[in-house]
Design a protein around this ligand. Structure first.
Ligand code: GLC
Length: 442
């Protein structure tokens, strides 16, 4: 079915491309998005030669912080000497993540796999002399973790690509269409290679902002991918032809309208490994951000930046392990749930079981005592704290017999039941959650 939709979409591409917002019908992609909606946590891996000197991935030469030749000298220092894909996959599994996305090529054009399209790859141009993606995908799949390929549409190293540095361009696409068309052939061949070699469950495009959907042939790119694997998910950086939104580093305050979205976020201040960046987010910060994304109906794609020898810095390992321990205890409230109740009922994030008869309340930090829940028009059958045997009591306050307005629920959360980071209260309701959203006695 999906394949047919895509073939039809491709055939009619000429007329569709004329429309400003050709977008994909969300209903037609819903079934394949199920695992993604349930997965909640992905690990993003920015592996690249930029880890050698610890400079900004690709952007450092674009922004002239380093000359292009000096940037490229890093090729000689990329060894992957201690790269252990099985250990990476173990760590990702331990974190609780259900998918991982690795850079197959960043804007610098260096392929992290064995491309046949030219010589700029870690296989041909670095002492590592090997493909990183293949062994990682194999190990991830053994552990039932979905595999994502980050791919930069921009390729600032390729002489057929129009842009290069911030204030320099090579040519304008419209002035030399043949040259642009050759570049398109090149990047689309790489996409076909990645499809054929790795069959990603998810494609994470980047850099679409430099050209329009028509210029990238975004609809054709989508078709290339889906004709190989109709269940592939495509992120929202393909000029309107992706399946889900990717807010970057910026945390939504109210619930985003998108059906599916994923917050991608660095673990310190940079995507790739930079030895000078010690601004690590703490496990508490990462967990509260993660919970917040899930409560608002989204996923978190948490980035790690491995070193040039293939090791993952210990601070990053620590965050992933702490996150994993928290997930092992509290994951029932996260994985396979849906976003929680509207803001205003409880002063913290919430999620719901899919049948919405179980409500999970997340309590940050050291808050204990009587917690208030407003406007819950349900009977609570039982309250517990995940990972604790403490008996949790509650009291309904201010219920007026003749009024339809529910009373206030006060839940007693003893200090002894608190989690190190975020405590989860599980409320079993008598029926699917029903909320009073009125203005009281007005
Ligand atoms: C931005 C940056 C890129 C980074 C990506 C991750 O698009 O250009 O360097 O890899 O964000 O989301």
């Amino acid at each position: 079915m999906l394949q047919r939709i895509c073939v039809l979409a491709f055939i009619s591409s000429v007329s569709l491309l004329a429309l400003a917002q050709p977008k994909i019908d969300p209903k037609s992609i819903a079934p394949k998005m199920q695992w993604f909606g349930d997965a909640k946590l992905g690990i993003f891996i920015h592996a690249g030669i930029y880890s050698v000197n610890g400079v900004d991935e690709s952007w450092s030469f674009y922004n002239k912080k380093i000359s292009y030749p000096d940037y490229m000298k890093q090729l000689k220092g990329f060894t992957l000497q201690k790269y252990d894909a099985a250990a990476w996959a173990d760590l990702i599994k331990e974190s609780g993540a259900r998918y991982a996305v690795i850079t197959t090529k960043h804007h610098d054009g260096v392929a992290m796999y064995d491309t046949k399209q030219g010589n700029l790859s870690i296989v041909k141009a670095t002492p590592a002399k090997r493909d990183m993606v293949k062994p990682l995908f194999e190990e991830l799949r053994k552990r039932d973790i979905k595999c994502g390929a980050y791919f930069s549409l921009i390729d600032w190293s390729d002489s057929r690509y129009p842009g290069f540095r911030k204030d320099s361009s090579r040519y304008d696409v419209h002035d030399d269409f043949d040259r642009w068309n050759q570049f398109r052939g090149f990047f689309q061949s790489q996409i076909k290679e990645i499809s054929a070699q790795f069959n990603p469950d998810l494609w994470w495009f980047d850099g679409d902002w430099e050209h329009s959907a028509e210029e990238w042939e975004a609809e054709k790119v989508r078709y290339l991918i889906l004709s190989k694997n109709p269940n592939s998910i495509i992120n929202g950086r393909l000029q309107g032809y992706g399946d889900y939104a990717t807010p970057e580093q910026n945390f939504p305050v109210s619930r985003p309208p998108a059906n599916w979205w994923e917050l991608c976020m660095t673990i310190n201040d940079n995507w790739g490994y930079q030895h000078k960046d010690h601004n690590w987010k703490t496990p508490y910060e990462v967990i509260t951000i993660f919970v917040d994304a899930v409560a608002n109906g989204g996923n978190l794609l948490l980035d790690i930046g491995p070193k040039e020898d293939g090791t993952i810095p210990e601070e990053q390992v620590n965050v992933l392990k702490e996150l994993g321990a928290w997930n092992a205890k509290n994951g029932e409230a996260i994985f396979n749930t849906v976003g929680g109740i509207a803001q205003g009922h409880f002063y913290g994030p919430t999620t719901l079981s899919k049948d919405s008869t179980t409500l999970y309340l997340f309590v940050h930090g050291k808050t204990s005592g009587q917690l208030m829940l407003k406007g819950l028009d349900n009977k609570i059958n039982e309250i517990s704290v995940l990972g604790s045997n403490e008996k949790i009591t509650h009291k309904v306050v201010g219920k007026i017999s003749w009024s339809p307005v529910p009373g206030l629920v006060y839940i007693n959360l003893p200090e002894s039941a608190l989690d190190k980071y975020v405590t989860v209260l599980k409320l079993k309701l008598d029926k699917p959650v029903k909320l009073y959203r009125g203005q009281g006695g007005l």
